[in-house]
Design a binder for this molecule. Structure first.
Ligand SMILES: C[S@@+](CC[C@H](N)C(=O)[O-])C[C@H]1O[C@@H](n2cnc3c(N)ncnc32)[C@H](O)[C@@H]1O
Length: 300
């Protein structure tokens, strides 16, 4: 799986710039437009929050665990409706930001959570974190589905029978090149190059193959209640993020310049520059190399 260092590499490096561009507790995962792309990004993120609370029967007094809470958008929503949210992250920058906003949050690998750590919950959510649970090394060693089955078992142990779990994650499709074909020196328009950039952006992370793998690996613990594709919604979300990133703000531009300088100076960050110019994840969605799913599960 992605190590704490891998996660910090992207989320803590981006921390200030992201919050200045998108808002202090903004979502860092695809929104839910329900086919209406005239909606603002904020309205589409709120539609997602409402979908989750409705489908997971979350109400005032409910306790909810957010596994991979980012800057706390769901925790913020739970607080607004009077539910008790607990968030887990591996990013120190996100942890500090969440604490400043008064959220209950811990730096903890979600894959190791036991009921003894924070208790059990009425519902569990995880948005945009599952992508980091299996590494390329796990995949190459044939451990991918064990990683996912163990994770579903972890969530199962935190919920009562009938308790619901919302999972939102990117997956790869069978159009995705094999890892050994991905090449940072390939033609800049090729799938091999675009996918190599995604790997540079998220070192230590590899994705599940289709929704079938998710449902299969969850099957001993959860039945699926609802599934929808968020691929087109994610393309629109990234377009809106890019607009917000570009919007002028002197402090943000100074930070971007400093980050650009660090990227040039440090070999391991160098590929972040084309990542920010190309939005490779958006290109993967556009070329259908990747899909994106929102799944409501119910504990057996
Ligand atoms: C793309 S962000 C999504 C954040 C948030 N869920 C949202 O929708 O805005 C991914 C989050 O997953 C967290 N994460 C990834 N792997 C993790 C792990 N093994 N344990 C805890 N957090 C993890 C990262 O720290 C980050 O907060």
């Amino acid at each position: 799986m992605a190590s704490k260092q891998d996660i910090d590499f992207i989320y803590t490096t981006l921390d200030k710039i992201y919050r200045m561009s998108q808002g202090d507790t903004a979502d860092f995962s695809g929104a839910m437009y329900n086919g209406d792309y005239s909606m603002t990004l904020e309205a589409a993120q709120l539609a997602k929050h409402d979908f989750i609370t409705d489908n997971l029967n979350i109400r005032a007094g409910s306790s909810v665990l957010d596994m991979g809470c980012g800057w706390g958008p769901m925790l913020n929503h739970f607080r607004k409706i009077g539910a008790k949210g607990v968030g887990l992250t591996l990013s120190d920058g996100q942890y500090q930001a969440c604490k400043q906003n008064g959220f209950e949050v811990y730096v903890k690998d979600v894959r190791t959570v036991k009921p003894d750590d924070y208790g059990t919950f009425d519902a569990v959510v995880s948005l945009g974190a599952f992508e980091h649970f299996c590494s390329l090394e796990d995949y190459n060693a044939g451990r991918q589905e064990d990683v996912y089955r163990n994770f579903f078992e972890t969530v199962y142990n935190l919920l009562p029978k009938g308790g619901r779990f919302f999972l939102q994650t990117m997956v790869i499709t069978d159009k995705m090149p094999a890892p050994e074909e991905m090449d940072i020196n390939a033609d800049k328009n090729s799938d091999a190059y675009i996918c190599a950039l995604v790997l540079k952006l998220h070192p230590g992370s590899w994705l599940p193959l289709g929704s079938e793998m998710l449902i299969r690996d969850a099957a001993s613990y959860f039945k699926m209640i609802n599934i929808s594709s968020g691929r087109l919604d994610y393309i629109k979300t990234i377009q809106e993020w890019n607009k917000n990133f570009r919007r002028f703000n002197l402090r943000k531009y100074a930070l971007l310049l400093r980050m650009g300088y660090e990227c040039l100076a440090r070999k391991e960050y160098r590929h972040l520059i084309p990542v920010f110019l190309t939005s490779p994840i958006k290109v993967c969605f556009e070329r259908e190399l990747m899909e994106h799913y929102r799944i409501v599960f119910e504990r057996l």
